[in-house]
Ligand binder design. Sequence first.
Ligand SMILES: [Fe+2]
Ligand SMILES: [Fe+2]
Length: 328
Amino acid sequence: MKTVFPQLEENQSIDDIFICAGKTVREDKNGNKFLLLRLMNSSGTISAVKWRADEALAEAFDQGQIVAATGTVKMSSYRKALEIDINNIYPVTDTSEIDLGDLLPSSPRDLDEMESELAEIRAGISNTYLAMLLDEIFTASMYRDYCEAPAAKGFHHNYIHGLLEHSVSVCRVASAIADQYPDVNRDLLVTGAILHDIGKTVEFDYATSIDYSDSGRLLGHIVIGEKIVADAIARLDRIPEEVREDSCENIQEINLQLRHMILSHHGEKEYGSPIRPKTPEAFILNHADDIDAKANVFQKKRAESTGRQWSDFNRPLDRFLYLKKVED
Ligand SMILES: [Fe+2]
Ligand SMILES: [Fe+2]
């Protein structure tokens, strides 16, 4: 039976298949090797430790591989959280019978529901040119990748379908802010919200575990995303003027401001944006993105908390998170 991490109880026996999401080899004070592991399945991740690991076991598998493990759930006296004390662990070589959907964490939201939400948001865009641009970008394979990709490796929405969940949510947050400020171009803002992280379809590999791709590490999703949008703009440029139903000058302005929104959506240079937001739509997108990413971190940490009041130190947010909820 599949192990559901948030429902684990102390002393529960484990006999299951996982993805090894992290592995560190350490030595105790007597010089005996042990493994500190992070095991993952679709319900999340958990820490695990394998004491007395000989050289062969320490080398037997690596991060990103599928492993079979038996063990017992214990309360870690050091971390004050449940972890698995591993009895036996080995790599699974024949993965043909394994459904990766059971192993990779995926969005808690229903995929069909999120896709309908995206379709509804796109249908609400009345600017013909922006609607055409979205059609041009979302080829069948891009749409599939966009719906499947995670939004991060470790920060927020770091699971399959995470990019779609995050993007739809940023659209909603941005839209709500736009309601307050009539001067804002809602179509431009919503299009920017849909596209702001589209580079993540290329930034991550997520076949057996979520990790950065080579181009993800070398270029990053902001530059990749701007290129995806700029390439689509260039392709649309060859479409006859009469199909575009808008003035050329206005289209050039839209293109410029949309590309600016993609490039500036992290807000500051030290957060990875080559340029800081300089339009109201870019400002709102930056803040809507930030709110949604951080709110998701809290939601995820609370779901994984197994009764703990405080999270481990959260590096992306640079603080411990207080997880106790005030009930309604
Ligand atoms: Fe981003
Ligand atoms: Fe984002």
